[in-house]
Design a protein around this ligand. Structure first.
Ligand code: NAD
Length: 499
């Protein structure tokens, strides 16, 4: 292990040593009821870095009870007092940015600069954005039609109660924050379950939330496996809503299993996003956007631009640029200087991605570069070199299924109507990008793309104010923006007799 890595680990050794007590209920950390642990690994080296508590149904039950008891203490606070706590959480995240970013990189593998500026930086802004909303959740006065002067009606936006937040491993702190902050701003109490692969930043975040003075039990953390702790949450009758981000397959299981208790659901699921380069685009900008669109976070991004459609007249030129840039991407430990891309999250994920690489070649696509396990220092980690496929047909598995890895498929197209049809020919509809110098075409195409987010002449932009979520099999409901906040409320109409 390099010295930079061991020095960084020294800085967070305390947190690692507390990981076995990662069930935080009523403000108090502890082990799981079963006493079982799950090892969490550094994906760049394969080494176990800590063991987290493996929570189950008994822990979820205790967490839901604590969250139910805490509803009064949270909702009795004035909106301004709740806002102050959320602002304090944002400030604490910034004060601990380096520590949080190091934890994230060590647990997830992504380069430290990404953890710092994207995960931790945006997480803090999200807390601040929703802190502002605490004092702005209003209702409406309604133009009802009984005889004039006899009745008056208005709406109130009320919290749902206890909500369950289940998050994946690709942006652990960021996604936990973008669910926690609006849920709390709206007056709910929470049980949070991070991925069993990356729970460390959630543990530290919940510690900071409690340090900010949130009443005990308002935010509870149950770490553990999806089929145990996660399943117990979706079956628990005391949870009013599940906000879930993860795979489409798990999302479908959640819909079925939560039917008995008729939970409200927000589901942010998989994607197979199209990124379209028209011939009048700034090609250098488009190439750069295509590269970050697919290789950010090792391609483990739900909105990754994994299908790149390039106009035939510029296709070969663009492919050459992409190949050369992909070959230059520096792989390494996320904590090491100069690293541009880290490892995949786990050996299982790497095997999965390699299965897609094989299938692409078997079905006749051309692997232009990448898709190899590096040798030497990186051999023990879950690394794969960034891969680019050309000659991909729309019906191949690599063109239709979410790979969730550093694999770009490049397609040629001839005209706008054709590329729109092909871009929309997907079961998913999370995001899309398009590159053009023609403002009319930009909006015309953006309006017709079936996706919850469309980027024009940029890719992967994210902001607390902009709703994020999918069309079609990419899910329903929205994270971020006002829409997420409203999704953590229910509307009550109040009628008043004036007679
Ligand atoms: P996953 O579905 O395997 O797991 C997500 C979370 O659900 C984890 O916390 C897991 O423990 C839990 N879980 C698993 N089985 C469960 C069950 N039966 N009941 C309740 N909870 C259960 O997904 P993942 O592999 O962690 O993440 C990758 C997936 O997430 C990709 O498909 C990606 O597209 C998707 N994703 C979507 C978005 C979005 O905003 N749309 C963002 C990030 C990731």
């Amino acid at each position: 292990m390099t010295s930079v890595v061991s020095e960084s680990i020294d800085g967070i050794r305390d947190v690692l040593s507390r990981a076995g007590e990662s069930i935080v209920i009523g403000g108090k950390p502890g082990p799981s009821a079963s006493g079982e642990l799950i090892d969490t690994h550094d994906p760049a080296t394969g080494e176990a870095i800590a063991s987290i508590a493996a929570g189950g149904a008994a822990d979820v039950d205790r967490a839901v009870s604590a969250a139910t008891r805490a509803l009064g203490s949270w909702q009795d606070l004035s909106a301004a007092a709740r806002a102050r706590i959320l602002y304090d959480i944002a400030a604490l995240i910034e004060d601990h940015a380096e520590e949080l970013a190091t934890l994230e990189t060590l647990d997830n593998g992504k380069p430290l600069t990404e953890s710092m500026f994207l995960d931790v930086g945006i997480a803090a802004e999200i807390w601040r954005y929703y802190a502002g909303w605490c004092t702005k959740i209003g209702g409406q006065t309604l133009p009802v039609s009984p005889p004039v002067g006899t009745s008056f009606a208005y709406t109130r936006r009320e919290p749902l109660g206890v909500v369950g937040l289940i998050v994946p491993w690709n942006f652990p702190l960021l996604i936990a924050s973008w669910k926690l902050a609006p849920a709390l701003a709206a007056g709910n109490t929470v049980v949070l379950k991070p991925s069993e692969l990356t729970s460390l930043s959630a543990l530290r975040l919940v510690e900071l939330v409690n340090e900010a003075g949130i009443p005990p039990g308002v935010v509870n953390l149950v770490t553990g496996y999806g089929h145990e702790a996660g399943q117990a949450m979706i079956e628990h009758s005391g949870i009013a809503k599940i906000s879930f981000t993860g795979s489409t397959a798990t999302g479908q299981r959640i819909v079925t299993a939560s039917a008995a208790s008729l939970k409200k659901l927000t589901l942010e699921l998989g994607g197979k996003s199209a990124n379209i380069v028209f011939p009048d685009a700034d090609l250098a900008g488009a190439a750069e956007g295509a590269l970050t669109g697919i290789f950010l976070n090792q391609g483990q991004v739900c909105c990754a631009g994994s299908r790149l459609f390039v106009h035939r007249s510029v296709h070969d030129e663009m492919l050459a640029v992409l190949e050369s840039a992909a070959r230059d991407i520096q792989l390494g430990h996320g904590l090491a200087d100069g690293t541009e891309m880290g490892p995949l999250i786990s050996p299982v994920q790497r095997d999965r991605v390699e299965g897609y690489l094989r299938s692409g070649t078997e079905q006749g696509a051309t692997l232009v570069c990448g898709g190899q396990r590096p040798h030497g220092d990186l051999a023990a980690g879950n690394f794969l070199t960034p891969a680019v496929f050309s000659e991909v047909r729309d019906d191949m598995r690599i063109a239709r299924e979410e790979i969730f890895g550093p694999v770009l498929s490049v397609f040629a197209f001839d005209d706008e109507a054709e590329v729109l049809r092909r871009a929309n020919d997907s079961e998913f509809g999370l995001a899309a990008g398009l590159w053009t110098g023609d403002v009319k075409r930009a909006h015309r195409v953006a309006h017709q793309l079936q996706a919850g987010t469309v980027w024009i002449n940029q890719y992967n932009m994210l902001d607390p104010a902009a709703p994020f979520g999918g069309y079609k099999a990419s899910g329903y409901g929205r994270d971020l923006g006002e829409e997420s906040l409203l999704g953590f409320t229910q509307t009550k109409s109040v009628w008043v007799s004036l007679d």
